[in-house]
Design a protein around this ligand. Structure first.
Ligand code: MF3
Ligand code: CO
Ligand code: CO
Length: 255
């Protein structure tokens, strides 16, 4: 491993671990009655307390430190005075920027008791992410990631959002390549040892189509069906991969 790659992995490991620990803290406060703003406050403070910045804050005008996407919100939900209620599902997406490097991760949380359908959607989304990570190593075509996710998700009867994708990440928050969550096995450029990118499938219970609300950020399912997402930042090695945002057991939905 070259000196540059070693350094990029080391720094992403630190940023990624702060981001994933922030989500471990979020898990402790999720319950009916709290606002999404409270989640934002926690993320802002936790990330700052660990000597990092919240990359979403003021990113292209985004007003908050994390994204909170509930129920039919696909991604980029803006924390607000909205109160979580029993049966809601919510994705919290955080990105820590530390020492010039980024770590980006998101998880689903359930609020109180959720429906069996919602549980299936969440489990399927998580599994699709992990299955796509397991195939990673030097020389694997980028398209194999999307095809692995799409196959698993569609076999469960759900659909893959096409309007948002994973991304290269490093000293910039979003960079090349775009990592599609659908596609053909064998297609696309080959991933290479040393690359760092996110995989962050958004999976809908109904149709895959999305639209953006008038706030310019909040993406929702067109048919108002539930949507789930998980995200990890990963680094490619010669024989495999490293997940920079994994949190022992806690990022695996126990539902
Ligand atoms: N964290 C999101 C991602 O996974 C991006 C959020 S951009 C923001 O790429 F501006 F909405 F915060
Ligand atoms: Co991302
Ligand atoms: Co993210």
């Amino acid at each position: 491993m070259s000196k540059d790659i070693k350094e990029s992995f080391e720094k992403t490991r630190i940023a990624g671990s702060i981001a994933s620990k922030a989500l471990d803290e979020v898990a402790k406060i999720i319950q009916p009655g709290i606002t999404t703003e409270k989640i934002d406050d926690l993320c802002y403070e936790f990330i700052n307390d660990h000597g990092a910045y919240s990359a979403p804050l003021f990113y292209r005008g985004f007003p908050k430190s994390c994204c909170t996407s509930t129920n039919h919100v696909v991604c980029h939900g803006i924390p607000s005075d909205k109160v979580l209620k029993d049966g809601d599902i919510i994705n919290v997406d955080v990105t820590a920027y530390k020492d010039n490097w980024h770590g980006d991760t998101s998880r689903m949380f359930s609020v109180g008791e959720i429906s069996i359908k919602a549980k299936r959607l969440i489990k399927t989304t998580y599994k699709s992410l992990m299955k796509s990570i397991e195939i990673l190593k030097d020389d694997v075509p980028l398209g194999d990631i999307g095809s692995t996710i799409q196959q698993h998700v569609e076999s469960e009867g759900f659909s893959v959002v096409q309007d948002f994708c994973g991304h290269g990440i490093g000293q910039k928050f979003h960079e090349e390549p775009s990592v599609l969550h659908y596609g053909k096995k064998g297609s696309g450029e080959k991933i290479k040892a040393g690359m760092i990118f996110t995989i962050e499938p958004m999976i809908n219970l109904g149709n895959y189509e999305t639209k953006i609300l008038n706030d310019g950020w909040t993406a929702v399912t067109k048919d108002k069906s539930l949507s789930a997402q998980f995200e990890h930042t990963v680094g490619i090695t010669k024989d495999g991969y490293e997940i920079f945002t994994q949190s022992k057991n806690l990022d695996n939905p126990k539902i």
